[in-house]
Design a protein around this ligand. Structure first.
Ligand code: PFF
Length: 455
């Protein structure tokens, strides 16, 4: 039990790692990584993505965790506390509030995609996918996207599950969910890679992901790769900051971060190695876009003995991966409402309802608004509301907040306080880390934005 009134924390180091890895590992790894890598032609994208993880999004992830650990409150109040301590003048809380707004935006499309995963689980439970041909699988994706009511229903179901978990205290809800769901997810994913290797075209998949092709390294590829690195770690909206505030004092943050980053990367690459062998063995286009996972994965199950059951298990697990992330996206606003005196249950319910309402923008983008480009007049032609939200948050808000976090840790707070909060010994390694935080990551993000604006 925790002392009453104390800021809550997870029970152990391992619990912190599992729950935070649960936040990082989500639809971004399975659904996002595969379709964005597919659309950007593979190899070169993966290389930039790896560099972005190591030198930009990874450091920003640590900066966000540290702000949470040092501020021990919801993002706006953690920022407020640190800003007062640093006697800074810039509006740090503004970054936190922008993050909170972005959690709603991310959840608004996350719920729709996760909802599709849940629906596919149900189709599988009814014996679906066994013996299905490619056309039928592609057709199911299209028919789901043509049915706004059904998409709304499944998004609401997903958000209800999220809100229920978040309404418990953090050790029962967030920690309980992560500890049960994450290990199962890992095992299932490994099984899928092995199976995809047997029935699919593994060598083309490996070549696609890790080989170099005739690639154009334009600003678009950089923006997508960096945006994907931020999204996959969940940096820049306050979810990680909130979990950082729940980190026990005994956690060695640099070591814990390495485990979390390694787990996240492992799942993204494993998802690629599960999905691309099937893409290349089937006629599905690698650049098919956000529906890629839903057009390929069911094909694995179609010829598998007992395929319907395995398919059900897989989509259930996709949903679990999504849930362990969505709870971290709902946590910051709920933590803020708690500080304002509201109880967790009603706060979670109100926020979930808000998310489902906003998710209509994504639902309609998949259905009747497929050709509706609201910002065409300012040069964003061809982008539906879903694309504007998805890319706006991943490629702009997240890197921008990441820049702010790195500057806060690297420049505004005292070097000694930062080192003690990590904790790390004074010496070469810390100096290197501090240099990345102060110079490398901020410069890379600034260069990215300048490059994107000039192109
Ligand atoms: N990292 C999650 C994923 O890859 O699906 C998404 C996410 C989680 C974004 C938590 C933001 C966040 F705060």
């Amino acid at each position: 039990m925790q002392a009453k009134g104390a800021h809550p924390s997870f029970t152990s180091r391992l619990a912190f790692i599992i729950v935070t890895a649960g936040s990082a590992i989500g639809l971004g790894n399975i659904w996002g990584f595969t379709y964005v890598a597919g659309a950007n032609g593979g190899g070169g994208f993966v290389l930039i993505y790896l560099l972005a993880l190591a030198f930009v999004a990874g450091p920003a992830f640590m900066a966000e965790l540290l702000i949470g650990r040092m501020g021990k409150a919801s993002p706006p109040n953690a920022m407020k506390k640190l800003r007062e301590g640093a006697k800074a003048h810039l509006p740090w809380q503004g970054v936190a509030w922008m993050g909170l707004l972005s959690t709603i935006l991310v959840l608004s499309f996350y719920a729709v995609i996760a909802g599709q995963g849940m629906y596919y689980g149900l189709v599988a439970l009814q014996g679906g996918f066994e013996g299905w041909a490619e056309d039928a699988v592609v057709g199911l994706d299209a028919s789901f996207r043509d049915a706004p009511l059904m998409m709304t229903f499944w998004s609401a179901a997903f958000m209800t599950a999220t809100a229920i978990i978040v309404s418990f205290d953090i050790r029962t809800g967030l920690e309980g969910a992560g500890k049960i769901l994450m290990p199962i997810l890992f095992l299932m994913l490994l099984g899928l890679v092995v199976y995809a290797g047997q029935i699919g075209d593994m060598s083309s998949a490996v070549d696609f992901l890790f080989g170099f092709h005739d690639m154009q390294f334009g600003p678009r590829l950089f923006l997508d790769a960096v945006g994907q690195a931020f999204f996959t770690l969940g940096v820049g909206v306050g979810g990680i900051m909130t979990y950082g505030s729940y980190m026990g004092d005994d956690v060695n943050m640099p070591r814990a971060t390495l485990w979390i980053l390694a787990a996240d990367l492992f799942v993204a690459l494993a998802a690629g190695l599960a999905i691309f062998p099937l893409v290349f063995a089937s006629g599905v286009d690698a650049a098919a876009g956000p529906g890629l996972v839903f057009m390929t994965l069911p094909l694995i199950f179609s010829d598998l003995p007992g395929g319907a059951f395995v398919a059900f298990a897989f989509f259930l697990l996709l949903t679990f991966a999504a849930v362990t992330s969505s709870i971290s996206l709902l946590s910051p606003t709920v933590a803020r409402l708690e500080e304002a005196g509201f109880r967790r249950g009603p706060s979670a319910a109100v926020m979930a309802f808000t998310v489902v309402t906003v998710s209509l923008l994504t639902i309609m983008s998949f259905a009747d608004w497929r050709d509706f480009y609201p910002l065409a007049a300012i040069g964003l032609d061809g982008m539906t509301p879903f694309q504007l939200i998805r890319e706006g948050v991943s490629n702009i808000v997240m890197p921008f907040s990441g820049l702010a976090y790195c500057l806060i840790i690297g420049w505004a707070l005292k070097r000694g306080d930062v080192r003690a909060a990590l904790p790390m010994k004074e010496g070469g390694l810390f100096t290197l880390w501090y240099g990345v935080m102060r110079f490398v990551a901020p410069a890379a993000i600034a260069a990215l934005f300048i490059g994107a604006m000039l192109s």
